[in-house]
Write a protein that binds this ligand. Structure first.
Ligand SMILES: [Zn+2]
Length: 432
């Protein structure tokens, strides 16, 4: 048997008066998702604990059964995802161009995402290259419009705070060390110097004079987040005994899945959210050589970030149309355990980036019980036979419903792994 795990990123939401007190998922027409809920065993999932708003990379790591402390910061994961082949001692930070105003000596974030042309990006990258230097050898690498990675090398540490205040109207944050090591202190000091140099250099660019004349906010500062450095992670195959494949498309998921030793097959990304998911489901159906296939779509999360519940409802309906492929082309295979859930909630109301509510979970296949739930959403799934599911319980349930879980107490390998049989050395007939 094999498991197809479908993650509808950011699916969970809050009740909206505009939708009659329902979430976008409750309000959407979703006959295929409802079919899956009806056929399976349902519950509410949270990758950590209720109320905690998780980033996608942390939620995925927890879902795959890893501890939060084991995970390298997202800067490192994206560096891997973008194919930068990071050195073991380098530190990577997510960064993006933003617009700031100097007030009382502070740099106030006035536009978090000012909008950058491809042609502008080249001039900005070149200008930032003149800010390089110092003991950390700080270097800006452009990744996509307005975004990049900062690469720090030398005696550097990822134990530093962000400079990005996220919300407009707040000052950029002075980077501080988060441990007592001299490397963390010097990395923070050196980065603050670099960010000041970047602000002065970018502010004086002719490109920004031109933007100001057109009434556009200048691109005059870098905001940094989530420093990361390589950490040795136990391969997914060793941890769960499952040969894994990911069809996720964004660099952070590529980076994480690659670091976990999963194979990656890149699917198309177009403007059609449903078509992209359908292609991923097709790849999953064909991937008979794998025991665990991670199917991921970001579209519900992106819709949540628009803070428009109607947009999210429409995207969920497109997702549901794609799920018809799962219902008609995948579910007839008795060798498939089909699991559908989300990594976290991304509410399309309020000011939080992601939110801490649970998300619906359905497990469908030969072994899961069948409960009375007939609708896949954040409220109906609460009445299902799985009940509340948290963190790595999801992977233990996957092993259980693949019929591969180990009886606690058996020791076929030196490390107590949760699957059976483990990768043990056979006793030889030859010998004393
Ligand atoms: Zn996410």
């Amino acid at each position: 048997m094999r498991c197809i795990l479908v993650i509808l990123d950011g699916l969970g939401d809050r009740a909206h008066d505009a939708l009659g007190g329902r979430t976008p998922l409750q309000a959407a027409y979703t006959p295929n998702l409802d079919w899956l809920a009806t056929a399976g065993m349902n519950g509410l999932y949270h990758a950590c604990m209720q109320g905690v708003a998780l980033s996608s990379e942390v939620a995925h790591a927890l879902m795959f059964g890893y501890d939060r402390g084991e995970l390298p910061g997202r800067g490192y994961l994206e560096a891997v995802g973008y194919g930068l082949e990071p050195g073991a001692d380098d530190v990577f930070l997510l960064c993006h161009l933003c617009s700031v105003e100097e007030r009382d000596g502070r740099l106030i974030l006035v536009r978090e995402r000012p909008g950058v042309d491809v042609s502008e990006m080249e001039a900005l990258t070149e200008a930032l290259s003149t800010c390089e230097g110092g003991d950390t050898g700080t270097r800006f690498v452009s990744t996509r419009k307005g975004d990049g990675l900062l690469v720090l090398s030398g005696a550097v540490s990822p134990a530093i705070t962000d400079s990005d205040p996220i919300y407009e109207g707040r000052p950029l944050i002075s980077v501080e060390p988060t441990d007592a090591s001299p490397e963390a202190r010097s990395t923070a000091e050196e980065l603050n110097r670099y960010l000041r140099r970047a602000y002065r250099t970018l502010s004086g660019l002719p490109l920004n004079t031109g933007r100001r004349e057109k009434g556009l906010p200048p691109l005059n500062a870098l905001a940094t987040q989530r420093a990361g450095k390589k950490k040795q992670l136990t391969p997914f195959y060793e941890k769960w005994g499952l040969r894994a494949l990911s069809t996720a498309s964004l660099p952070v998921y590529h980076g994480l899945c690659r670091e976990l030793g999963m194979e990656i097959r890149v699917a198309n990304d177009s403007d059609g959210p449903g078509g992209d998911l359908r292609e991923r489901l097709f790849l999953a159906r064909e991937a008979a050589d794998f025991d665990f296939i991670h199917v991921h779509t970001k579209v519900a999360d992106e819709a949540g970030h628009t803070k428009d519940p109607y947009t999210k409802k429409a995207v969920i309906e497109a997702i549901d149309r794609a799920m018809e492929f799962a219902v008609t082309e995948i579910m007839p295979d008795p060798g498939v355990l089909f699991v559908i859930t989300a990594d976290h909630s991304t509410a399309s109301t309020g000011t939080m980036i992601h939110t801490g509510e649970t998300v619906p979970l359905a497990m469908v296949g030969k072994y899961p019980r069948r409960d009375g739930v007939t609708a896949f959403n954040e409220v109906d799934c609460a009445g299902g036979a799985l009940g509340p599911v948290r963190g790595s319980e999801l992977m233990y349930l996957v092993l259980n419903f693949l019929d591969r879980g180990k009886l606690g107490g058996l020791m076929d390998t030196p490390h107590d792994q949760p699957y059976y049989p483990g990768h043990y050395r056979p006793l030889t007939a030859d010998g004393d």
